[in-house]
Design a binder for this molecule. Structure first.
Ligand SMILES: NC(=O)C1=CN([C@@H]2O[C@H](COP(=O)(O)OP(=O)(O)OC[C@H]3O[C@@H](n4cnc5c(N)ncnc54)[C@H](OP(=O)(O)O)[C@@H]3O)[C@@H](O)[C@H]2O)C=CC1
Ligand SMILES: N[C@@H](CC=O)C(=O)O
Length: 442
């Protein structure tokens, strides 16, 4: 029988992810020991409520509400509590007491990442965060290590499982937004406050982490352009489907040239966009995520898999735990911070892409010409016009016939498109601007 050294592991959080981390750690104790060369001893699980039901059958005596004492005796601390505080203070306490830290907390990293990485660097500790982006998918390690010798040009992906689940259910089953969100929450995909998912805060946090790693710079969360899926209605999804598209919440991070200075810059943005049904991202269903990485030498790489869920995310957490435990046994410097540039983050107004503008217009002669004129006057070139469903609307007590008009543009500058849409909204012929969606992944 091999006598293994003991590595003490403290777990902060026993919810969707934490309970599964604890279960797998206890169930596969022997395997972890032989893989790491040390016995991983789960010393406790810090929670708020000792009596709350858990998704796994775990020994009651492991649970505590005293996170600080738990951290004191630990070699490695796993933080899967979520939120900014007390998670930030606990991680700082762990780092300062000499422990390495594994976290799945993208909100914390995107907000206080610099402080935490600097604290870790000061004392030679390591911060692992594979689970913070795209659940089970290994994407942090490839960006941090495998592609460290290459130059990443662009990342485009679906990085939020909850919104993908909702949009997919709306597209494939005609489900309502509310019903789909309720199921996603029930399945443990959504954040404690699901507005983090719906309003794309979660995806923006992930974009900030991905872009900072990929471009070796710091992309503050507030510089990530963010639009959520609240405005995406069943009608928008249906019209997209008819036109051969699917609506997906995309995160896009890319190297660009600053049009003002000609210097290299970057863009990081998150918004719902139309993707052709032929595009590989269109077949990312349910809570799955997919991330395309385009690098100078490697070319195009695609990472795909479960983006959320307890066991799925626990897999990424435990992969980090094994790395941290091996470092604890063998020693070594670990990965340093790789920031070597301070690149300008371009505002959304400077981005160029294609658009679909859907209008409800009064069905009368000359409407098409007046709409086309607005696009022309703002320098936006029209690629296609499709007339959709007909209806009617009461105007001054009279029923006025209306029609849906979908105008697809060639690549146009965001600021030109924005002024076009403002002018369209003022046009007599236009009853309402139904939706404006960018078209990506041509
Ligand atoms: N769920 C998912 O699919 C994914 C989640 N993540 C991230 O993982 C982290 C955890 O998520 P998840 O497991 O879903 O969250 P849950 O809300 O399911 O679980 C949070 C856990 O932390 C405990 N907790 C919260 N606040 C405190 C506190 N102040 N003191 C002690 N314990 C506390 C809770 O205790 P109690 O049980 O008593 O309430 C609970 O056990 C988050 O950062 C999330 O963004 C990342 C990828 C995917
Ligand atoms: N709420 C998140 C969970 C994983 O990060 C999501 O839906 O993707």
């Amino acid at each position: 029988m091999i006598e293994y050294r003991n590595v003490r592991v403290a777990l902060l959080g026993g919810g969707t992810v934490g309970a599964q981390v604890a279960r797998l750690l206890l169930e596969h104790k022997e395997e972890f020991a032989s893989r790491v060369g040390a016995s991983l001893e789960l010393t406790g699980i810090a929670v708020r409520n000792l009596d709350a039901p858990r998704s796994a059958d775990l020994p009651k005596e492991l649970f505590t509400t005293d996170a600080e004492s738990l951290i004191l005796g630990a070699d490695i601390v796993i933080e899967v509590m979520g939120g900014l505080e007390p998670a930030r203070s606990y991680i700082l306490q762990a780092i300062n007491s000499g422990a390495d830290v594994v976290t799945a907390n993208k909100a914390l990293l995107a907000t206080h990442g610099t402080e935490l990485f600097e604290a870790a660097e000061r004392v030679g500790a390591q911060l692992y965060f594979e689970a913070a982006v795209a659940g089970a998918i290994p994407i942090i390690r490839p960006l941090r290590e495998s592609l460290a010798g290459d130059r990443v040009k662009r990342i485009m992906g679906i990085v939020n499982g909850t919104t993908n689940y909702i949009l997919d259910k709306m597209d494939t089953e005609g489900a309502s937004f509310e019903d789909a969100l309720a199921v996603a929450t029930e399945l443990g995909y959504a954040e404690a406050d699901p507005t983090a998912d719906i309003d794309a805060f979660d995806a923006a946090q992930k974009a900030s982490i991905l872009a900072s790693l990929a471009f070796h710079t710091t992309i503050p969360l507030e510089k990530v352009h963010r639009e959520g899926i609240r405005e995406v209605t069943g009608k928008t999804v249906e019209l997209a489907k008819k036109a051969g598209y699917v609506v997906k919440l995309l995160a896009i991070c890319e190297r660009l040239i600053d049009p003002e200075t000609g210097e290299e810059a970057v863009s990081a943005r998150v918004y719902p966009a139309l993707i052709s049904r032929e595009h590989p991202l269109a077949s990312v269903h349910k809570a799955n995520n997919a991330v395309f990485v385009e690098a100078e030498a490697a070319g195009s790489l695609m990472f795909y898999g479960a983006g959320a869920g307890g066991p799925e995310t626990a897999s990424a957490v435990l992969g980090d735990l094994v790395s941290a435990a091996r470092r604890h046994i063998i020693g070594g410097p670990g990965l340093g911070a790789s920031t070597n540039a301070n690149l300008l983050v371009l505002p959304i107004s400077t981005i160029t892409t294609r658009y679909h503008v859907t209008l409800s217009v009064y069905d009368r002669p000359g409407v098409l010409a007046s709409v086309a004129d607005v696009f022309g006057r703002h320098g936006v070139s029209v690629e296609l016009v499709e007339q959709g469903t007909f209806g009617s609307e009461a105007v001054s007590g009279e029923a006025a016939p209306t029609a849906t008009l979908v105008i697809g543009t060639h690549a146009a500058l965001e600021s030109d498109l924005a002024s076009t849409v403002s002018a369209l909204a003022q046009l007599d012929a236009v009853s309402s601007v139904v939706s404006v969606l960018r078209v990506e992944g041509a």
